[in-house]
Design a protein around this ligand. Structure first.
Ligand SMILES: Nc1ncnc2c1ncn2[C@@H]1O[C@H](COP(=O)(O)OP(=O)(O)OP(=O)(O)O)[C@@H](O)[C@H]1O
Ligand code: SF4
Ligand SMILES: [Mg+2]
Length: 323
């Protein structure tokens, strides 16, 4: 369904006039730095990693909210970075995003029902009574009875209900591919499971492919067929969920798993040193070497290449452990 090749996004660092005058070269935040992966039809890939590692930027590029600095995105084999405006508009209907913040993702002046009719009208799928009927059906489908919710305004809804509307709006066009960016992280803990179940029910109904962004490995384990682990703009490990969770090869994956007490026994835990490095001044060689307890001279000098088949990892000294 989706193939991402050598994707990069560098943001220029904003500087004052004095800083520009004295600095020799332009500096960039390397938010996404040569990322490749694929997502098959009906598959969920969880993208995990610490805050600031580039998850949201990757997702925003895939739905066209950000232009890549370099790389290719093939959607059903077509390179979306070279499409004409019309071709891109037709494609956009098949690619949707569910955002993290349910309060920011709805228009405060639009009725709930109108939020669902709007994409149908914009993409020429339906209008008038037909669009209204489809919107009401979808509201019922996501657990918000249409007679009660169609005419309500966003401020009259709870966070969980708003996220149901956001999911309904993304799903009403029956997309092939959805990016869900931390869709439950701002929602009350007691409601998270039901929202996740709702999202996953569409996966089965539509054979949906999904990039599911989360920093919560328990959630990633629950929803993802595969997991990709990102560190400082790069994917350092990717593979089937079971493989990555039970037999991590990269020390960073092992450290993230070690932070979940129910995943790893105390005596098996792998530590992580200090804080995430600066994405403007990326460490030499393996960019994780400043935090890796296993780092050796080679790690500081040579960037490790992705190795492995199916379960892939980028490390000179991969782990041989079972969690
Ligand atoms: N529009 C922008 N301009 C400049 N820098 C940006 C922009 N968007 C993101 N960044 C930077 O790019 C890096 C990656 O950010 P991103 O939001 O993709 O991370 P994330 O993994 O989603 O983090 P979080 O878990 O906190 O949501 C960060 O250093 C961030 O400050
Ligand atoms: S390449 Fe070296 S520094 Fe990087 S993760 Fe592997 S052991 Fe650690
Ligand atoms: Mg984010």
């Amino acid at each position: 369904m989706l193939e991402v090749r050598n994707l990069k996004k560098y943001f220029p660092v904003q500087k004052s006039a004095i800083e520009v005058f004295f600095s020799k070269k332009k500096e960039f935040i390397k938010a996404v730095d040569d990322v490749s992966f694929e997502i098959r039809k009906g598959e969920v890939l969880s993208l995990v990693g610490e805050s600031g590692c580039g998850k949201t930027t990757t997702g925003r590029i895939l739905v066209g909210l950000e232009t890549p600095s370099d790389g290719k995105i093939l959607f059903k084999g077509k390179d979306v970075t070279t499409l004409s405006k019309e071709e891109y508009r037709a494609l956009r209907k098949n690619i949707q995003m569910v955002f993290q913040d349910p309060y920011a993702s709805l228009n405060p002046r639009m009725k709930i029902g109108e939020h669902l009719e709007d994409p149908l009208i914009v993409h020429g799928v339906a209008e008038g009574d037909e669009a209204k009927e489809m919107a009401m059906k979808m509201l019922d489908r996501v657990g918000l009875p249409a007679e009660q919710f169609y005419n309500r305004m966003p401020y009259q809804l709870s966070g969980g209900q708003r996220q149901r509307v956001a999911i309904a709006r993304a799903m009403i066009l029956k997309p092939d591919f959805v990016v869900a960016d931390e869709p439950v992280s701002m929602i009350d803990v007691s409601l998270r499971a039901s929202i996740l179940n709702l999202l996953m029910s569409f996966k089965d109904e539509y054979s949906l492919s999904m990039l599911f962004i989360t920093h919560d490995l328990s959630v990633a384990r629950l929803v993802g067929d595969r997991i990709a682990v990102m560190y400082l703009g790069k994917i350092v490990e990717i593979g089937d969920t079971r493989e990555v969770i039970h037999y991590p090869k990269h020390p960073y994956t092992a450290a993230l798993l070690s932070s979940v007490p129910s995943f790893v026994r105390r005596e098996q835990r792998v530590e992580i040193i200090g804080d995430i490095a600066n994405p403007i001044d990326v460490p030499s060689g393996c960019r994780y070497h400043t935090r890796c307890p296993f780092a050796k001279q080679k790690c500081r000098e040579e960037e490790p290449e992705m190795q492995g088949n199916g379960h892939k990892f980028a490390c000179h000294y991969p782990l041989d452990i079972a969690f």
